[in-house]
Ligand binder design. Sequence first.
Ligand code: NAP
Length: 266
Amino acid sequence: MTQSRLGTALITGASSGIGAVYAERLARRGHDLILVARNRERLNALAKRLSDETGRNIEVLAADLSDRADLARVEERLKTDASISLLVNNAGIGATQPLLESNVDTLEDLLTLNVNVLMRLTYAAVPGFVTRGDGTLINIASIVGIAPELLNGVYGGSKAFVLAFSQSLRHELADKNVRVQAVLPGATATEFWGAAGTPLEHLPEAIVMRAEDMVDAALSGLDQGEFVTIPALPDIADLDAYEAARQKLMPNLSLSKAAARYRTED
Ligand code: NAP
């Protein structure tokens, strides 16, 4: 098999749900793939099916990203494989219980995967993208990154990190020909919900999107050059207004004097 002209996409959390759909769509677009997750059997089955169907080179890199030695193997691959042109930081876990019903050790594990791992893999991949003057980073955040009241606050906070980190990277890498996209899915029909503590069947059908539809919308957003993609949001003007309000705050967030409303009469 010849090497892909589009380069290789490394996808974390590719064994199920959103990551498995990215694998399929990116192979069909012509990328070679490196599939990362813990479940080797599932990854092997997906790799075989996709390489049979698309003729692309598809490799399995089984790793528990919460394990430092396994994570180091994936970081090393990102640092040394110059064929990698796209990183999809998708592996993540959720939590739906409120603070008072949550286990703090489980939430710490969540932060390790959703925040620390994503950060380390990004730091492993981006220098190569910059050197080669070409690369794309897709970070799977969530709508709870901007609406943390909806689920567990630590999960929401982890996704707010993904969005803020992506925002900063986009700014820093603006003139380096490295693309950054943050995807903010709403509820998506995957195994995520059962694992996070709320069966998918408990959600109103009207708010749940198929994973295939979510990923197709996110890839359409990427093709359109979007930085933030919210697949469900009907009117892009609402997102533009949200960003405009943020930009309007910028010049006044750090000044030598407190605002008049906080000054005591003198
Ligand atoms: P999913 O089907 O449960 O997929 C999660 C993936 O992460 C699996 O492939 C899992 O594979 C992998 N993973 C979990 N722990 C791992 C670890 N320690 N090391 C390596 N891989 C690990 O759920 P999903 O909905 O597709 O979730 C993907 C991303 O979308 C997550 O970041 C999630 O926060 C985000 N998201 C989901 C929704 C939703 O409603 N579903 C909404 C917004 C955002 P193994 O078990 O084989 O390791």
